[in-house]
Design a protein. Structure first.
Length: 224
Protein backbone atom coordinates (compact mmCIF):
# COMPACT_ATOMS: atom_id res chain seq x y z
CA UNK A 1 0.00 0.00 0.00
CA UNK A 2 1.27 3.47 -0.84
CA UNK A 3 1.85 6.08 1.85
CA UNK A 4 -1.27 8.25 2.42
CA UNK A 5 -1.01 11.78 1.09
CA UNK A 6 -2.82 14.96 2.14
CA UNK A 7 -5.89 14.04 0.08
CA UNK A 8 -6.13 10.71 1.93
CA UNK A 9 -6.08 12.52 5.27
CA UNK A 10 -8.69 15.04 4.20
CA UNK A 11 -10.99 12.32 2.87
CA UNK A 12 -10.45 10.29 6.04
CA UNK A 13 -11.76 13.10 8.24
CA UNK A 14 -14.72 13.70 5.90
CA UNK A 15 -15.62 10.00 5.87
CA UNK A 16 -15.44 9.43 9.62
CA UNK A 17 -16.55 12.49 11.66
CA UNK A 18 -15.65 10.68 14.89
CA UNK A 19 -11.99 11.35 14.05
CA UNK A 20 -12.72 15.08 14.18
CA UNK A 21 -12.94 15.15 17.96
CA UNK A 22 -10.33 17.38 19.61
CA UNK A 23 -7.19 15.51 20.57
CA UNK A 24 -5.91 15.67 24.12
CA UNK A 25 -2.18 15.41 23.44
CA UNK A 26 0.22 18.28 24.03
CA UNK A 27 1.26 18.05 20.37
CA UNK A 28 -2.29 18.82 19.24
CA UNK A 29 -2.53 21.53 21.88
CA UNK A 30 0.58 23.22 20.50
CA UNK A 31 -0.67 23.05 16.91
CA UNK A 32 -4.14 24.29 17.92
CA UNK A 33 -2.72 27.12 20.04
CA UNK A 34 -4.42 25.97 23.25
CA UNK A 35 -1.29 25.43 25.36
CA UNK A 36 -0.09 28.02 27.84
CA UNK A 37 2.81 30.07 26.44
CA UNK A 38 5.42 28.55 28.78
CA UNK A 39 4.26 25.01 28.01
CA UNK A 40 4.23 25.73 24.27
CA UNK A 41 7.78 27.09 24.38
CA UNK A 42 9.05 24.12 26.37
CA UNK A 43 7.40 21.58 24.05
CA UNK A 44 8.60 23.31 20.88
CA UNK A 45 12.14 23.51 22.22
CA UNK A 46 12.08 19.80 23.10
CA UNK A 47 10.89 18.92 19.59
CA UNK A 48 14.01 20.45 18.08
CA UNK A 49 16.09 17.84 19.91
CA UNK A 50 13.67 14.89 19.81
CA UNK A 51 12.96 13.34 16.36
CA UNK A 52 10.00 11.32 17.73
CA UNK A 53 8.32 14.41 19.19
CA UNK A 54 9.02 16.42 16.03
CA UNK A 55 7.36 13.67 14.01
CA UNK A 56 4.36 13.68 16.37
CA UNK A 57 4.00 17.43 15.88
CA UNK A 58 4.09 17.07 12.09
CA UNK A 59 1.38 14.39 12.21
CA UNK A 60 -0.69 16.55 14.58
CA UNK A 61 -0.36 19.50 12.20
CA UNK A 62 -1.56 17.36 9.28
CA UNK A 63 -4.51 16.12 11.33
CA UNK A 64 -5.48 19.62 12.47
CA UNK A 65 -5.25 20.91 8.89
CA UNK A 66 -7.45 18.10 7.60
CA UNK A 67 -9.92 18.60 10.45
CA UNK A 68 -10.15 22.35 9.79
CA UNK A 69 -10.74 21.81 6.07
CA UNK A 70 -13.43 19.24 6.73
CA UNK A 71 -15.16 21.53 9.23
CA UNK A 72 -15.14 24.50 6.83
CA UNK A 73 -16.85 22.63 4.00
CA UNK A 74 -20.57 21.92 3.88
CA UNK A 75 -21.32 18.51 5.44
CA UNK A 76 -22.29 15.90 2.91
CA UNK A 77 -24.84 13.22 3.78
CA UNK A 78 -23.17 10.03 4.90
CA UNK A 79 -24.86 7.16 3.14
CA UNK A 80 -22.65 4.29 4.13
CA UNK A 81 -20.46 3.85 7.20
CA UNK A 82 -20.35 0.09 6.95
CA UNK A 83 -17.59 -2.44 6.84
CA UNK A 84 -15.88 -1.13 3.69
CA UNK A 85 -15.49 2.40 5.06
CA UNK A 86 -14.28 1.12 8.42
CA UNK A 87 -11.68 -1.02 6.67
CA UNK A 88 -10.53 1.94 4.58
CA UNK A 89 -10.20 4.10 7.69
CA UNK A 90 -8.09 1.48 9.44
CA UNK A 91 -5.90 1.04 6.35
CA UNK A 92 -5.16 4.77 6.03
CA UNK A 93 -4.43 5.17 9.75
CA UNK A 94 -2.26 2.03 9.76
CA UNK A 95 -0.32 3.26 6.73
CA UNK A 96 0.20 6.67 8.33
CA UNK A 97 1.52 5.10 11.54
CA UNK A 98 3.76 2.76 9.54
CA UNK A 99 5.16 5.68 7.54
CA UNK A 100 5.87 7.57 10.75
CA UNK A 101 7.59 4.56 12.29
CA UNK A 102 9.66 4.07 9.14
CA UNK A 103 10.76 7.69 9.23
CA UNK A 104 11.94 7.32 12.83
CA UNK A 105 13.80 4.07 12.05
CA UNK A 106 15.44 5.65 8.99
CA UNK A 107 16.55 8.66 11.03
CA UNK A 108 18.05 6.42 13.72
CA UNK A 109 19.93 4.24 11.20
CA UNK A 110 21.13 7.24 9.19
CA UNK A 111 22.41 9.02 12.30
CA UNK A 112 24.16 5.89 13.59
CA UNK A 113 25.88 5.30 10.24
CA UNK A 114 27.45 8.74 9.95
CA UNK A 115 31.21 8.96 10.56
CA UNK A 116 32.36 10.36 13.90
CA UNK A 117 34.22 13.69 13.95
CA UNK A 118 38.00 13.68 14.29
CA UNK A 119 37.74 15.33 17.70
CA UNK A 120 35.69 12.93 19.80
CA UNK A 121 34.34 14.13 23.13
CA UNK A 122 33.70 11.33 25.62
CA UNK A 123 32.09 13.27 28.46
CA UNK A 124 28.48 13.29 27.27
CA UNK A 125 28.80 16.69 25.58
CA UNK A 126 28.02 15.12 22.18
CA UNK A 127 25.18 12.61 22.03
CA UNK A 128 23.02 11.50 19.09
CA UNK A 129 24.17 14.39 16.92
CA UNK A 130 23.52 17.06 19.58
CA UNK A 131 26.51 19.13 20.71
CA UNK A 132 25.75 20.61 24.13
CA UNK A 133 29.02 22.56 24.09
CA UNK A 134 27.41 25.05 21.71
CA UNK A 135 25.87 27.77 23.90
CA UNK A 136 24.82 31.41 23.43
CA UNK A 137 27.18 34.13 24.56
CA UNK A 138 26.00 36.53 27.27
CA UNK A 139 23.22 38.97 26.43
CA UNK A 140 21.21 36.71 24.14
CA UNK A 141 17.95 36.76 26.11
CA UNK A 142 16.42 39.95 24.66
CA UNK A 143 17.49 41.74 21.48
CA UNK A 144 16.22 44.82 19.60
CA UNK A 145 14.90 44.02 16.14
CA UNK A 146 17.17 46.63 14.52
CA UNK A 147 20.28 45.11 16.14
CA UNK A 148 19.29 41.44 16.32
CA UNK A 149 22.67 39.72 16.35
CA UNK A 150 22.83 36.14 17.65
CA UNK A 151 26.20 34.92 18.94
CA UNK A 152 27.32 31.52 20.19
CA UNK A 153 30.47 29.67 21.23
CA UNK A 154 31.82 26.21 21.96
CA UNK A 155 31.38 24.50 18.60
CA UNK A 156 33.87 22.21 16.83
CA UNK A 157 37.09 23.66 15.50
CA UNK A 158 36.94 24.97 11.90
CA UNK A 159 33.20 24.30 11.57
CA UNK A 160 30.69 26.35 9.60
CA UNK A 161 27.19 26.95 10.96
CA UNK A 162 23.59 26.85 9.81
CA UNK A 163 21.26 29.07 11.86
CA UNK A 164 17.51 28.39 12.19
CA UNK A 165 14.93 30.63 13.92
CA UNK A 166 11.29 29.63 14.51
CA UNK A 167 8.29 30.77 16.51
CA UNK A 168 7.31 28.91 19.66
CA UNK A 169 4.96 26.85 17.44
CA UNK A 170 7.90 25.90 15.17
CA UNK A 171 6.82 28.12 12.28
CA UNK A 172 9.94 29.13 10.31
CA UNK A 173 11.02 32.76 10.72
CA UNK A 174 14.56 32.95 9.36
CA UNK A 175 17.57 30.86 8.38
CA UNK A 176 21.16 31.50 7.33
CA UNK A 177 23.47 28.79 6.01
CA UNK A 178 27.24 28.17 5.89
CA UNK A 179 28.13 30.90 8.35
CA UNK A 180 31.92 31.06 8.85
CA UNK A 181 31.77 32.10 12.52
CA UNK A 182 29.59 31.95 15.62
CA UNK A 183 27.67 35.17 15.05
CA UNK A 184 25.01 36.42 12.66
CA UNK A 185 22.93 39.61 12.44
CA UNK A 186 19.35 39.05 11.33
CA UNK A 187 17.83 41.56 8.94
CA UNK A 188 15.15 43.76 10.59
CA UNK A 189 12.89 42.97 7.61
CA UNK A 190 12.76 39.32 8.70
CA UNK A 191 11.39 40.38 12.09
CA UNK A 192 9.20 43.27 10.98
CA UNK A 193 5.88 41.44 11.38
CA UNK A 194 6.62 40.13 14.88
CA UNK A 195 5.06 42.06 17.80
CA UNK A 196 7.38 43.39 20.48
CA UNK A 197 7.78 40.79 23.20
CA UNK A 198 7.60 37.81 20.83
CA UNK A 199 9.70 34.89 22.08
CA UNK A 200 11.55 32.98 19.37
CA UNK A 201 13.47 29.71 19.38
CA UNK A 202 16.83 29.47 17.67
CA UNK A 203 19.48 26.82 17.21
CA UNK A 204 22.57 26.27 15.12
CA UNK A 205 23.96 23.26 13.30
CA UNK A 206 27.74 22.98 13.23
CA UNK A 207 29.06 21.33 10.07
CA UNK A 208 32.55 19.90 10.55
CA UNK A 209 35.20 19.53 7.85
CA UNK A 210 34.34 15.81 7.73
CA UNK A 211 30.68 16.63 6.97
CA UNK A 212 29.34 15.73 10.42
CA UNK A 213 26.32 17.84 11.42
CA UNK A 214 26.08 18.60 15.13
CA UNK A 215 22.93 20.32 16.38
CA UNK A 216 22.86 22.66 19.33
CA UNK A 217 19.97 22.52 21.75
CA UNK A 218 17.23 25.14 21.31
CA UNK A 219 17.61 28.59 22.85
CA UNK A 220 15.05 31.32 23.54
CA UNK A 221 15.34 34.99 22.60
CA UNK A 222 12.76 37.78 22.90
CA UNK A 223 12.28 40.49 20.28
CA UNK A 224 12.16 44.02 21.71
Amino acid sequence: MTEPDADDLRQLFRDDPSLGRAADSDAHGLVAGSLEEDDALALAASALDDPDLALELRVAAAMESARAEAASSAPAPVLDLGAQRARRTRMVVTALVAAAAAAVVFLAVFTASRPPPLEEVDDGAIRAGVDKRIVPTDGMKTLPRDAFELRWQGGPTDATYDLFITTSALAPVYQALELPEGAHRVSPDALAKLPAGTTLLWRVVAVTEQGRRLHSTAFEVTVE
